[in-house]
Ligand binder design. Structure first.
Ligand code: ARG
Length: 459
């Protein structure tokens, strides 16, 4: 059947394995809508330029209409012998309308056709992910707003460092996802040019008008170089890199959910809708969705590396290697789709345990830095020396099995005689977070300012 398309040159049928390795219809049938849209734009342009007659154009458009109906209804018979979506549709068009079908491929090649279809698909998929990232940001913002002044331990090395607010922590992710948003938006902007009309690689001798097709397909202009138009896949690579980076942010948040929801931490509880049980241990509430979001990052990274490796070293213009791009890209977009939805669902319905967070925030001598800062500010002691005095105070508390604020003034003065009872004003967790009012700091006043700004942008 495939030989019908170029039968003139061939006398024997392809080997079965040849067909199996060559056919892409199992994957690229997902480009059916884009392929038909491209053909409609092309047929209209050919008629406007008087390259085909209006009657032929009408026949072609009528046939394409029927085909898209068949595809949507699941009635279209995809054939492996016809290799890919482009030839499947063209062959069906011929069955439906006869001779005019053969005129559609004038001044066009599957090389510019697939580049156009794929670009359209990636562009609209990036746009869909933009909306999903925004939904996740809104969910995080809502939780940050509700917990703007709840305290929790801030960690470095996963060791208690300084207390922070839950709102501050969640808003950190809003910032990260906003950069992911802008990465996708940038990628969309750069891929917004149309390869159609580049033909096989060199352009065409027909008097086409590539501005007409570019505009009809929603691109801002045609690609300027026909060789580049059929060879470029950096739009796919760029979106895979945006996916990988976004997946990485999702994975870090997922990891925190896994840690926070564990029994020893018990900072949060995932809702029933986002937890799973154990088949043997009745007490278990497993964060499976968070773990799978974390896992999908590995595949997102793999997709990016696969695509970079496939494209590396391909001479201009088209090489069949490029056919293998679609499966990778489809799967990466699908995974991110699921991950973003799952994370939004988890965040939306997660509950925070105020008491456990506060207890943990107070543990680990988390306000030791506040003690050191007080020594610097009030006694003009150099920070390095203050650090040393504080270390000795922490050791004294630890030896006694108490918190810093449980030490008596006398005990503190035994370490540094100039310490006064004012020290106790800065040792509490609430005082600690309230004091960190530098721009971007964890103090509830600063966090609420950021929340207000993001509410204006997002809501
Ligand atoms: N199925 C092909 C692909 O996805 C379409 C382009 C084929 N072009 C060619 N010169 N064989 O890349």
């Amino acid at each position: 059947k495939g030989q019908e398309m170029w039968g003139g040159r061939f006398s024997a049928q392809p080997d079965e394995v040849m067909q199996a390795i060559n056919a892409s219809i199992g994957v690229d049938q997902r480009l059916a809508e884009e392929d038909v849209a491209g053909s409609i734009a092309h047929a209209n342009m050919l008629a406007a330029q008087e390259i085909i007659t209006e009657a032929d154009r009408d026949a072609i458009l009528g046939g394409l209409d029927k085909i898209i109906e068949e595809i949507r209804a699941g009635e279209f018979k995809f054939s492996v012998a016809l290799e890919d979506i482009h030839m499947n549709i063209e062959a069906r068009l011929k069955e439906l309308i006869g001779e005019p079908a053969g005129r559609l491929h004038t001044a066009r090649s599957r090389n510019d056709q697939v580049a156009t279809d794929f670009r359209l698909w990636v562009k609209s998929s990036c746009t869909a992910r933009l909306d999903q990232i925004e939904s996740l940001m809104k969910a995080l913002l809502k939780q940050a707003d509700a917990h703007a002044d709840w305290v929790m331990p801030g960690f470095t090395h996963l060791q208690t460092a300084q207390p922070v607010t839950v709102g501050h922590h969640l808003m950190a992710y809003v910032e990260m996802f906003s950069r992911d948003f802008s990465r996708f938006a940038d990628a969309i902007h750069r891929m917004d040019e149309c390869p159609l009309g580049a033909a096989a690689l060199a352009g065409t001798g027909f008097e086409t008008n590539r501005y007409i097709t570019a505009e009809a397909l929603g691109f801002s202009h045609p690609m300027a170089n026909s060789l580049d138009a059929v060879s470029a896949r950096d739009f796919a690579i760029e979106s895979l890199s945006s996916i990988a980076i976004c997946a990485q942010h999702l994975s870090r948040l997922a990891e925190e959910i896994v840690i926070w929801s564990s029994a020893p931490f018990s900072f949060v509880r995932l809702s029933d809708a986002w937890s799973t049980g154990s088949s043997i241990m009745p007490q278990k509430r497993n964060p499976d969705a968070a773990e799978l979001v974390r896992a999908k990052t590995g595949r997102a990274n793999g997709s990016l590396i696969s695509m970079l490796t496939i494209m590396k070293g391909l001479p201009l213009a088209y090489s069949k290697d490029m056919q293998d791009d679609k499966q990778i890209v489809f799967e990466a977009f699908d995974s991110l789709d699921l991950s973003l939805q799952a994370m939004t669902g988890m965040i939306d319905s997660i509950t925070f345990n105020k008491a456990n967070l506060a207890t943990a925030a107070a543990g680990g001598f988390s306000t030791a830095t506040d003690l050191a800062d007080w020594l610097v500010r009030e006694l003009n002691i150099p920070f390095r020396e203050a650090h040393h005095i504080t270390g000795a105070s922490v050791k004294a508390a630890e030896d006694k099995g108490v918190q810093l604020w449980d030490l008596s003034l006398e005990e503190l003065q035994a370490i540094e005689p100039r310490i006064t009872k004012q020290i106790f004003d800065v040792l509490s967790v609430d005082a600690s977070v309230a004091s960190r009012q530098s721009y971007g700091g964890t103090a509830p006043v600063r966090v609420r300012e950021q929340i207000a700004l993001w509410k204006e942008r997002l809501l």
